[in-house]
Ligand binder design. Structure first.
Ligand code: XMP
Length: 510
């Protein structure tokens, strides 16, 4: 399979670059610059390399550098932003700090020549974000584009097929960004573009059929997109040799457990064991209020329940995990701080007697997982469903979790989601839900005083859930949802709308 290497120097857009390349049907993988050598790159047979941006200046003592030999490896290279400066630096050019004239944002680009600019007009808009600039191109390189403040906005050594652009072609604000990447992939690297989800699905089903023939395979199903797609894919490959365990912890949304069971069992034909473990979870959660405490208990109890089931099932050969590519990528930047301990129903290996782990989706981004899901015939409402945290409604109920609070939140949440969907907004906020606060406030209904809970509506718009903005849901939609919730759901006197972005808040309240 043809592959492009995205060599990561710590840029914030590393995943975006890989996704853009894959959108053009070429498989791209990201590797931190310090985890792969020139020899390894040569042996791996990449069709081309893209150097990402990065936050450093090439002259910083600790800035990421790379072996110059890469420029003589006979593999086409495209450097972006810091990656472009690094190419210039490695080849003997001069980089200077612009300080007072650093460029940030939409900038007019003037193109002179060069294979990556084929079909790009002389003047267009590009997205810049840099302080350092290349003041002298290295020998053998030509300056192929400029801006008012940047004497070398792009350079090229056409003979060695080494290219650099100071701006970000992967960002949508760069008008001809896609064209530039396309030129690099297809004209310069001669890619064929045969990475499609149709091919991936067919290939994966075929290869697991062979690899897992005669084996007993166990999959923890959460009802989320990743584990559902992994399970259906393997079921296509090995049928009932795949045993799926769906632990219903009683913290799911309204009707969710039944829907997951119905779709997966009846429609997709999976071999499912559903474990109704609500009582176990609720009794362990009784009286617990700190968010991390709740998360920890749910994670642990999950493993216990699984352990018990695993005993009944007996030993299996293979355990399936729904790991996807963003979980696998290690950034060139280093470790990020842990804000919340995320619990995912995949991490169970040490309690089950098994010999092997299979991660059928580990090379795929989320949008690719969804496409595979559709290829496999999973209903679109399941494939497109918004993310739902492993600990479920437990992180949306402030304070102690009780059955009563769960019932109230489930109803309020269902109404809010229904109103957002009825307004045709289901693709606009990327995640939307209700949260139940722990304190009561005074209200009036008819002639009587009421004293009920407050519900917060939360809706966010985001690309990657690392940062998010609050969604500008039209007031009339909020109004309808608010009035329905206070009328239809008991014990609620007040509705508030959460207008905090992430950061400083997180998406979930706990
Ligand atoms: P936060 O609250 O961290 O959420 O801004 C970011 C995204 O992650 C989801 N989330 C979780 N997903 N296990 C999960 O599988 C968890 O423990 C968990 N906590 C948050 C959240 O719904 C949002 O989409």
């Amino acid at each position: 399979m043809e592959r492009i290497l995205v060599l990561d120097f710590g840029g914030q857009y590393n995943q975006l670059i890989a996704r853009r390349v894959r959108d053009m049907n070429v498989y791209a993988e990201i590797k931190p610059y310090n985890r792969i050598s020139v020899d390894e790159i040569r042996t791996a047979g990449y069709k081309g390399i893209i150097f990402t941006g990065g936050p450093n200046s090439v002259y910083d003592g600790n800035s990421p550098h790379y072996d110059k030999e890469i420029l003589n490896a006979g593999i086409p290279v495209l450097g972006i932003c810091y990656g472009c400066q690094l190419i210039a630096f490695m080849a003997g050019g001069v980089i200077e700090s612009a300080n007072d004239i650093s460029e940030y944002g939409k900038t007019e680009l003037t193109v002179k020549s060069g294979a990556v600019f084929e079909g790009v007009p002389e003047k267009s808009i590009c997205w810049m974000s840099h302080t350092d600039y290349i003041s002298r191109a290295p020998e053998g390189f030509e300056i192929t584009a400029v801006t008012d403040n940047c004497p070398c906005a792009a350079l090229a050594d056409e003979k060695r097929m080494i290219y650099g652009v100071q701006f970000h072609p992967e960002v949508t604000h760069t008008e001809y960004g896609k064209r530039i990447l396309r030129n690099f992939l297809f004209e310069i690297c001669s890619c064929a573009g045969d990475w499609t989800m149709e091919n991936f699905t067919a290939g994966a089903v075929e290869s697991y059929r062979e690899k897992l023939a005669g084996k007993r395979v166990l999959c923890a199903l959460s009802g989320g997109v990743d584990s559902s797609v992994a399970a259906v894919l393997l079921h296509k490959a090995i049928g009932d040799n795949l045993i799926c365990v769906f632990v219903d912890h009683g913290l799911l949304r309204k009707d969710e457990g039944d829907t997951v069971e119905r779709v997966m069992k009846n429609e997709m034909g999976l071999n499912i064991i559903r474990v109704n473990a609500k009582d176990r979870f609720l009794s362990r959660l009784a009286g617990v209020t700190p968010p991390e405490g709740k998360r920890k208990i749910i994670g642990e109890e999950f493993i216990r329940v699984f352990e018990d089931i695993a005993k009944e099932i007996g030993s299996v050969d293979v355990l399936v995990q729904g790991t996807i590519y963003p979980d696998v990528i290690e950034s060139g930047k280093g470790d990020a701080a842990v804000i919340k301990s995320h619990h995912n129903v995949g991490g169970l290996p040490d309690v089950i007697d098994f010999k092997e782990i299979v991660e059928p989706l580990r090379d795929l981004f989320k949008d690719e997982v969804r496409k595979v899901g559709l290829e496999l015939g999973i209903p679109v409402n399941l494939v497109r469903r918004q993310p739902f945290p492993g600990p479920g409604l437990a992180v949306r109920i402030m304070g102690e979790i009780t059955e009563d609070k769960l019932e109230i939140l489930r109803e309020a949440d269902a109404v809010f989601r229904e109103e957002v969907m009825n307004a045709g907004l289901e693709n606009e906020p990327n995640q939307y839900f209700a949260v139940l606060l722990n304190n009561r406030s005074v209200g009036v209904m008819g002639d009587a005083r009421t004293y009920g809970y407050t519900v917060a509506f939360r809706a966010v718009t985001t690309d990657d859930f690392m940062t998010a903005d609050w969604s500008r849901i039209p007031f009339d939609v909020l109004e309808r949802a608010s009035s329905r919730v206070t009328n239809e759901v008991r014990d609620i006197t007040r509705i508030v709308y959460d207008i905090t972005a992430k950061p400083p808040a997180t998406v979930e309240w706990e």
